[in-house]
Design a protein around this ligand. Structure first.
Ligand code: JAH
Length: 262
């Protein structure tokens, strides 16, 4: 996968040299380049912002540098493979919610291009114009406001990169994790069995794999019911068996609408 990032603060992306993302880059699984938006300014002050039409506080990112940046990084001419037109992602509190499902979808793309806004955002015409050539998605990580899109890009890239073939050693760990099956995960423990007066639950030391699986399922259900009732309501009811229903009813959690499995 190829990834280009455009930002007025390229130093924010230093962590992408580290850890598993750094290794994915060294292995050639991820070809990542960070670009300074000011590369595409033409005035002596390398200005990227201006006052908003219609008035109001703050500044808006000028369209011209963004237009030139996107022209340079997503040229009109397709490469011979016909697959190099990138998907343009723009973090914004006004975007569509970023989810694990979207991370999986983005992990299938061959080229992602991230545009990091600052101030009150990017002139709307940049996205309107880009939409005539590229697939543009404004994406939100949650209902809060940051100084700019940089940290959101780090989050999105981490979620996507770990899904790329060859990046995670153990492929199995992707299947059971939270959000893979619509429930939060059961708590995890390691040695020692007793620590500062807190014990590892006996069932996990029993060696009885059936009991352990049932316990973990019940913990996942009750945790999700307590912390994320919205996720219980959104479960496909057919993934719940009779024992799941009994666990949810015991906890007083409402069942998702529809028929559960036998
Ligand atoms: C703030 C440009 N959903 C997280 C998020 C993403 C982007 C921004 N804020 C929050 C943001 C200012 C300018 C983007």
């Amino acid at each position: 996968m190829r990834v280009d990032i455009v930002s007025i603060f390229p130093d924010y992306f230093a962590p992408l040299d580290l850890s598993l993302i750094g290794r994915a880059r060294e292995q050639g699984l991820l070809r990542l380049a960070v670009h300074d938006l000011r590369t595409w300014t033409r005035d002596v002050h390398r200005t990227v912002d201006d006052t908003p039409y219609g008035g109001g506080p703050g500044m808006v990112m000028r369209p011209e540098p963004w237009g030139e940046a996107l022209d340079a990084l997503a040229p009109d001419e397709l490469a011979p493979d016909g697959l190099t037109l990138p998907r343009l992602l723009v973090p914004s509190p006004a975007g569509v919610p970023f989810t694990q499902a979207m991370a999986h979808e983005l992990a299938t793309e061959s080229h992602l291009l991230f545009a990091c806004g600052r101030y009150e955002g990017i002139d709307q015409r940049v996205l309107d114009h880009a939409s005539t050539r590229l697939r543009v998605t404004e994406v939100s990580l949650g209902d809060y406001v940051l100084f700019g899109g940089e940290v959101a890009v780090l989050v999105i890239l981490e979620a996507v990169t770990r899904l790329l073939p060859g990046v995670l050693g153990n492929a199995g760990s992707l299947d059971d994790e939270s959000h893979a099956h619509g429930l939060l995960e059961a708590p995890m423990y390691t040695k020692p069995a007793s620590w500062r007066g807190h014990e590892v639950p006996e069932v996990l030391r029993s060696g009885d794999h059936g009991r352990i699986a049932r316990w973990r399922r019940d913990e996942a259900l009750t945790r999700t019911g307590t912390r994320r009732p919205d996720m219980i309501a959104a479960l496909p009811p057919e993934i719940l068996d009779k024992r799941d229903v009994a666990t949810l009813e015991r906890g007083g959690f409402p069942l998702p609408p529809g028929d559960v499995a036998k």
